[in-house]
Design a protein around this ligand. Structure first.
Ligand code: URA
Length: 179
């Protein structure tokens, strides 16, 4: 299986109920030859409309973070999600949806073969690392997914949300990306 073939297969998927509410599937953006891969949670409204991951407000912040790393979002990274379809109203993914969709990500990552994966937020960490520990516990520590290095850090949507911890969370996320 090659990536375009896998993307075509995903586009026709009806393995969970999200297939009835999506506008289109959202597979990936960036460079499939990149050594660095970012994995998020699921498409939002903008992603569902455009068919590309991280093109809304969180995506703009993600690209800013990638740029601050001295990398080009189009050339130096590959970006995808745990879920390929938007959960209605941007609710958290259900365990059944994650279980149905995760085999696609496994295949996708086996084809891209990144050297390092950045897991963005709780959903990505739960799926990739098979853990119930939260992102606050895990962030900044190297982990392994199928022998590939994983750096867990905060989801850019969390960093955009005003909170008493917002400044510190942004500093932590930047430290994690520097690792
Ligand atoms: N949030 C995500 O986790 N993924 C996207 O593609 C967009 C927003």
């Amino acid at each position: 299986v090659r990536l375009p073939q896998l993307a075509t297969e995903v586009a026709a998927c009806t393995k969970c109920g999200l297939s009835t509410t999506r506008t289109q599937t959202v597979f990936a953006r960036g460079n499939p030859e990149a050594r660095l891969c970012f994995v998020g949670e699921a498409p939002g409204a903008d992603e569902d409309a455009q068919g590309l991951p991280f093109v809304g407000r969180a995506g703009q912040l993600l690209d800013k973070m990638i740029g601050a790393m001295g990398l080009d979002p189009a050339k130096d990274v590959y970006v995808c999600n745990i879920l390929k379809c938007r959960p209605p109203g941007n609710r958290r993914p259900e365990p059944e949806e994650m279980a149905a969709c995760f085999p696609y990500l496994n295949e996708q990552l086996a084809l891209v073969r990144p050297r390092v994966i950045v897991a963005l937020g709780n959903t990505a960490v739960a799926a990739l690392l098979e853990t119930k520990l939260g992102i606050t516990k895990l962030r900044g520590q190297w982990k392994l997914y199928r022998s590939v290095l994983v750096m867990p850090t905060y989801h850019p949507s969390y960093l955009l949300r005003p909170s008493p911890q917002q400044i510190e969370a942004k500093r932590h996320a930047w430290e994690d990306l520097q690792l």
